[in-house]
Design a binder for this molecule. Structure first.
Ligand SMILES: Cc1cc2nc3c(=O)[nH]c(=O)nc-3n(C[C@H](O)[C@H](O)[C@H](O)COP(=O)(O)OP(=O)(O)OC[C@H]3O[C@@H](n4cnc5c(N)ncnc54)[C@H](O)[C@@H]3O)c2cc1C
Length: 413
């Protein structure tokens, strides 16, 4: 490719797309497309729910992050035409043509075809989802009169979380701590009921036993009811029906939150190229599509052959791949040899309620309040720009980060 200003289009402004764009500033006519106006540091969405972090900490606007030589298009991509080299949008916006394309649209919630799940359960992947869940918790609390008997309170304040992966474990402990605090403040009788429903036989199946032990004891301390080998059959506006050992039970709920899995983004589903059985894009070790050398794919939608298997579907893989993608886009444009890289696990961290976390770093697992601070530090270092890292670091470590209580509607601060 002659070394003139090439049109580099990046679809998706998450861990894969944004970090690739930042590294490519000035390498051509760079355009970042996202259907949101902000990046989201999803691993801290639980802390946003609890108010331990502010929206600007974890969801900075692209405008604040991007250099002026990166153009931003805020719109939803409908499909990509690899033959004509065009990106088409869902609305009437004119299609965008590219010389080099980077695809990083991430996944979408997988409701697994469960009846009523898409309609009635709350997903938990975006700022708007966390806002909706927080509002649902406050509304449910507000509807409980102070003199209601404990068994009725428990029934009115039953929340079910579907899927006991890291997301389900983190969310359920966070919700339990928030709700318990609200019980004390509002002098309610009894306690809330938090159900964590898992089809498999264990919590956090993708993690090692050592960190699982921390998670299990945190669930117990937060009084989250873990139900393994339990299949969700149906969700309605106010109930969830489950099956365990062949017995079906319908449970009244104030909300059902779905953290049960990720499926392919529709943009990827409609793409005519080579994929794995699960529909992930097959890429070369250089992150190029097998049949289109000018197209790179990364993050949750790509199957990268040379990564530690536990990294699949993680922010840390998307982040590491972004560095390689940007480097290879530059090499591709200048006609140099492209690079490959082996991606390793950088450590794991799970937040476990508002007081503690568990962190796996340097082969060692530790937990408690110190781990919570270590997790904040680890994540601050991975925020998109130096400026943002400094502002957030100062705010977290100098100002403190107490949770925001679930106060009644009307007196929310
Ligand atoms: C609640 C939660 C907690 C998580 N916690 C962790 C954790 O602790 N550690 C970890 O390693 N990973 C964690 N993950 C997973 C991690 O966030 C993902 O693996 C990572 O974000 C993948 O990066 P990506 O760039 O592929 O996709 P994303 O970061 O999801 O970015 C995709 C981007 O594309 C945009 N987009 C999507 N469709 C379109 C379209 N049609 N048109 C235009 N734009 C579009 C989206 O708005 C988004 O900006 C968590 C995920 C969630 C949801």
């Amino acid at each position: 490719m002659p070394n003139e200003k090439k049109r580099i289009v990046i679809v998706g402004g998450g861990f894969g797309g944004l970090f690739t764009a930042l590294d490519l500033a000035g390498a051509g006519e760079v355009t970042l497309i996202s259907d949101e106006d902000h990046f989201l540091f999803a691993p801290m969405l639980y802390e946003y729910l609890s108010g331990e972090v502010e929206e600007w900490h974890i969801a900075p606007r692209y405008k604040e992050l991007l250099d002026e030589d990166i153009s931003l298009v805020q719109d939803k991509v409908a499909n990509i035409d690899l033959q004509s080299r065009l990106v088409r949008f869902e609305n009437a916006r004119e299609a965008l043509s590219y010389d080099v394309l980077v695809i990083a649209v991430g996944g979408v919630t997988n409701f697994a075809g469960v009846a009523g799940a898409a309609e009635f359960s709350l997903p938990f992947r975006k700022i708007a989802h966390a806002d909706a869940l927080r509002q649902r918790m406050v509304e449910a609390l507000d509807a409980v009169p102070p003199d209601l008997p404990p068994q009725d309170v428990r029934s009115a304040l039953t929340f079910a979380i579907v899927g006991a992966g890291a997301s389900g474990a983190e969310l359920s402990t966070k919700m339990a701590d928030l709700l318990r605090d609200a019980f004390e403040r509002r002098a309610l009788r009894g306690e809330p009921r938090i159900l964590l429903l898992e089809m498999g036989d264990k919590v956090v199946p993708g993690m090692g036993q050592e960190i699982r032990t921390f998670v299990e004891s945190a669930l117990q301390e937060s009084r989250v009811e873990l139900h393994t080998l339990t299949k969700v059959l149906r969700v309605t506006e106010n109930s969830v029906t489950v099956e365990h050992n062949g017995t079906q039970t319908e449970i009244k709920t104030a909300a059902v939150v779905w953290t049960g899995g990720v499926q392919m983004n529709p943009v990827i589903q409609s793409l005519q190229t080579e994929k794995t059985e699960r529909g992930l894009l097959l890429v070369e070790p250089t992150l190029q599509l097998l049949d289109h050398e000018n197209v790179f794919a990364l993050g949750d939608i790509a199957f990268f052959p040379d990564a530690t298997p536990t990294l699949a579907g993680t922010a840390q893989l998307a982040l590491q791949e972004a560095r390689l993608a940007a480097r290879n886009v530059k090499s591709f444009i200048s006609g140099e040899e492209l690079h490959t890289k082996h991606f390793e696990e950088l450590g794991e961290a799970v937040s476990l309620g508002t007081e503690r976390a568990a962190v796996l770093a340097g082969g060692k697992v530790f937990g408690g309040p110190l781990a919570r601070q270590a997790r904040f530090a680890m994540y601050t270092a991975r925020l998109p720009t130096w400026h943002h890292r400094l502002r957030v670091g100062a705010s977290w470590f100098l100002g403190g980060t107490p949770p925001r209580p679930l106060l009644p509607l009307g007196i929310q601060r």
